[in-house]
Design a protein. Sequence first.
Length: 153
Amino acid sequence: MARKKWGLARTFPLMLVGAIVVGGVAVGVTSYMKRAGLLAASTAEVRPETLVGEPCPVLTRQEYEARGAKAKQGFTTNDIRYERRYGHVDCSVIAAEKGGTEFIPVCQFSGPSVLTVATAKGTFYFAPGTGKPATVMTRDGVPSCVLAANFKG
């Protein structure tokens, strides 16, 4: 029985598959490292340890509907819809407690008066008050609001 020689015609497909696998792994590792680096930089800029304050007053849907002044300026980021009555906003992300590349969306408001936050888990209503800075962090689709911000408008 004659053995076939391992010439270029037989080895080229194996070399091609090997190169594709190595390239895919390199791209995956590089992407992960870049994302982790950007997340760490964003967390350092936001400084979540300083975003401590009293919880924002929470409204029910009925209380919000009964108010005369409603949120009128809206935007969507990270699949979350935010609406505010007044002021400016700065959104970013911080590293989640789980580590890795998991993140928590954070939006800081200069003085929103009222806020609505709509996620896949529902719509949430907050009334921080006019001229009071507020920060909304959304963990697992549930926002929390505190009367504090490192706003850089």
